[in-house]
Design a protein around this ligand. Sequence first.
Ligand code: ADP
Ligand code: MG
Length: 206
Amino acid sequence: MTNEDNLRWLEHIADVLHENAAYLTQLDSPIGDADHGVNMDRGFKAVRDKFPSMAEMDISTQLKTVGMTLVSTVGGASGPLYGTAFLRAGTAVAGKGELDTADIVAMLEAFLGGIVARGKANPGEKTMVDALTPAVNTAKQALAEGVTAKELAQRAAQAAEEGMKATVPLLATKGRASYLGERSIGHQDPGATSSWLILRGLAETL
Ligand code: ADP
Ligand code: MG
């Protein structure tokens, strides 16, 4: 994975989050404040403005630029969470000209680590962590099996999708949805959904 591939992934994320902004916001309306799509779209619009200057950056700097941009432009919980995720992902691949499958797994693990460090959610609390944790575990397994980067990303995205769907029956105990208590049950978590879109974007890019 080159810095050009990484930039294509980031462009793809910006497109997909824009196309799905209404959907993500709709998911955030029964169990939140109906702004997740708006938040993600705003953040990645600001990232999009930086794409021209990002072509010359290495992968680490590109990811850190995304992280800093999200932290400074997204007001909701998702801004600092994804911001920290991209910052940590960038740190994990510092100095790498290209990423091999092990580097991609390290990047994904750091991405999840950033969200957990920032939000302190455990699996099963109906958050992004519920899509990302199975994705990272599946990616590690795929790495051990020696599959290609594309196959690894596809399997990770599939695991994220299953994790996302599995948030429906969960009771939210973190973030805004937790204020609803039992009424949070029966709805798919918006953040788990954007996490799936981000990982599916990686698989599609590769
Ligand atoms: P806000 O909740 O401030 O309106 P968003 O609507 O953009 O922010 O994002 C909501 C999403 O953030 C939730 O669907 C959930 O996945 C995620 N989230 C909230 N709190 C946490 C947390 N502590 N850890 C991980 N993810 C969280
Ligand atoms: Mg919200």
